[in-house]
Design a protein around this ligand. Structure first.
Ligand code: ZN
Length: 344
């Protein structure tokens, strides 16, 4: 059990503050509150997934706990900063959702009780403590009510940092106890810098940004999953539709049928996204999900009657549904799908 907990210890590297991209106004506001030592006792970092909320919350905790802050920010060198980097800070507590059995990940009342017990003891490094609750919306009602009590009677000099990508799922009473720190999707420049830091090749950054709605986390996940090559495959398959022969169908079925089910479902997801873009083009829209493919999509849309694009989208949705709910052979399903949409 102790070992399991060790694995989810959060470390805060020196320089975490500088590593946050974008959110200039939010960070300036936090930095000002920190330097003036006026940080409210509970902050709610709220916004889309993968935009830097947790990183900012951790950097805020580091600054709050730092023994020799510089302009309100963590020095990176004091005992507190070093302990945070090592994941051994005695006055920093992270409450993260846990899984148990088949139930969805959630923060349970036992975890809140444990945290309350810990913050009731005297801090070791200074007079301050910080508590991070990640994915705070996963608290069940009992946990949320227990936390509410703590927020109503905050223990000493303790900073609570709640992080959520689904604020509407939090109890309104909890939201009203916190000062909101809102996060918007990242702009393209910030996205590009994050991708560069993570060594994503330059030519892939634009397409990944186009697919990620300002979420660097999503862009990095798509990169890790090699999503762009799946999407390219889906696009190339669409482009072959008008001249599809039984041989082409057979060879596409053979190739895609060899993918594992999850990846094939992803392929269908991209195919449907592309088809929805084609339908949008047919309706006169130029705002596309796959903007970087716009020339190919416009060219293809010109070769296809609208009812066939519509039918292909519907058949793709149905094929994906069957793929995820039945054990039917993926290869036969692909071939069946292509025969249907390439025909008539
Ligand atoms: Zn420090």
């Amino acid at each position: 059990m102790a070992e399991e907990k060790e694995a989810v210890v959060l470390r805060v590297q020196p320089g975490a503050w500088a590593a946050v991209e974008g959110h200039e106004k939010t960070r300036a506001r936090l930095a000002r509150l920190l330097s003036e030592r006026r940080v409210p006792h509970a902050l709610l970092f709220s916004g889309p997934q993968g935009v830097g909320k947790k990183l900012t919350a951790l950097a805020t905790a580091a600054a709050f706990l730092c023994l020799e802050p510089k302009d309100g920010l963590a020095c990176g060198e004091c005992a507190s900063c070093k302990a945070l980097a090592a994941g051994t800070h005695p006055d920093f507590f992270a409450v993260l959702p846990e899984t148990s059995g088949k139930a969805a990940r959630s923060i349970k009342i036992e975890q809140i009780r444990e945290m309350r017990g810990a913050v009731a003891r005297a801090p070791k490094f200074s007079t301050r403590r910080a508590v991070l609750l990640d994915d705070a919306e996963t608290m069940n009602d009992a946990a949320a009510n227990a936390l509410l009590k703590t927020l109503e009677e905050p223990p000493g000099d303790t900073l609570f940092l709640l992080v959520t990508g689904a604020r509407q799922a939090l109890l309104p009473t909890i939201i009203s106890r916190c000062t909101l720190v809102p996060f918007a999707p990242l702009d393209d420049g910030a996205m590009s810098r994050v991708l560069a830091v993570h060594n994503v090749p330059e030519d892939l950054r634009g397409p990944l940004i186009a697919l990620s709605d300002g979420s660097a986390g999503r862009a990095l996940r798509l990169f890790a999953e090699d999503a762009l090559s799946l999407r390219e495959d889906a696009m190339a398959t669409l482009e072959k539709l008008p001249q599809m022969t039984p041989e082409t169908i057979f060879s596409i079925g053979e190739r895609l049928g060899a993918l594992d089910r999850e990846r094939l479902l992803e392929w269908f997801r991209y195919l449907r996204m592309l088809l929805r873009d084609i339908l949008a083009i047919m309706e006169g829209s130029s705002s596309l999900m796959n903007g970087d493919f716009s020339a190919r999509l416009f060219a293809f849309a010109g070769t296809l009657p609208a009812n066939r694009a519509f039918e292909a989208e519907r058949e793709a949705t149905e094929a994906a549904r069957r793929l995820s709910t039945s054990n039917a052979s993926p290869r036969l399903m692909i071939e069946g799908f292509l025969i249907k949409v390439a025909g008539n």
